[in-house]
Design a binder for this molecule. Sequence first.
Ligand code: APR
Length: 255
Amino acid sequence: MTVREAADLLLKARKVVVFTGAGVSAESGIPTFRDALTGLWARFDAQALATPEAFAADPALVYGWYEWRRTIVGRARPNAGHTAIAKIEAAIPGTVVVTQNVDALHEQAGSVSPIHLHGSLYAPRCSSCAKPATPPEGPGDEPADGRRLTPPACEHCGAPVRPGVVWFGEALPVDALEAAVAAAADCDLLITVGTSGVVYPAAEIPQVAARFGAPVIQVNPMPTPLDDICTVNLRGPAAEVLPELVLSLPSTAAR
Ligand code: APR
C-alpha cells in the first residue's frame, strides 16, 4: 500500500486523530520503551521500572531512570515527523493529536494542546499527597549511562516526589482518556504513528476509530498488532513517511 492511497484518505478527511507513541520521537534520539536499553538500565526491563511497586521498592532507581529520560528529552528536538503532524493540524482544523509520549516534542513542533494519555515528564507530583511539585530546573544533566537519584521531598508532606507519568497498573487521567475516546469515535480518519499497540487502554484508541467506521493509516517500520484494523500500513520511519504524506495537503488557506 502506498503513500498515495494514504494521501487520498487524508485529502478527504475533516476530523483527523493522530495517535502517537514512542516511535515518533525515535528519530529525535529518544529510545523507545521496547528498545534494548544501555548502561545502568540494561539490567532492567523498562516496563519493570514503570510501576508504583518499583518506585516504592527503590525510589532512587526509578527517579533516576526518569531524570535520565528527561535529560535525553531535554536535549532532543522535534523531527520531521512531529513537524508533519503539526502541518496536518494547521491544514485540517478538526485535527486532534493524542500521544502516549511524556516528552513535549509535539508542542515544540507547533501542535496545539496534544492530549497526553500517559502524563508528562514536566509535571512531577508528591507520591503521597499528590500535590504538584516544582519541576527540576533546566533540561536535566544526567550521565549517559544514567544513575540512581534520590527524589526530592514534597514541600507539603515530605514524601518522595514522583514523575507525573502514568505507570503500569495506574489509571489514565480521566479527562484525557475521555477526550481521546470521543475524538476517535467522531473522527473520519485516524493516523497511528510509532506505537507498538500493546499497551492498554491507549491501544484501544485506533480500534475505537475503526469500529466507528473511520479508515486507519499506520506509520511504523515494523508490523504491529494493529495491522489488521488498518486500511493502509505504511512501513517506514515517521520522519520519512509523514513529510511525504503531508506533501499532498493544500495550504491552510486553501481549505
Ligand atoms: N518511526 C515510526 N515508528 C517507529 C520508529 C520510527 N522512526 N522507530 C520505532 N518505531 C516503532 C516500533 O516499531 C514500535 O512499534 O515505534 C514503536 C515503539 O513501541 P514502544 O516502545 O512499545 O512504544 P509505545 O507504543 O509508545 O509504548 C506504549 O508503553 O511503557 C509504556 O507508557 C509507555 O507510553 C508507553 C507505552
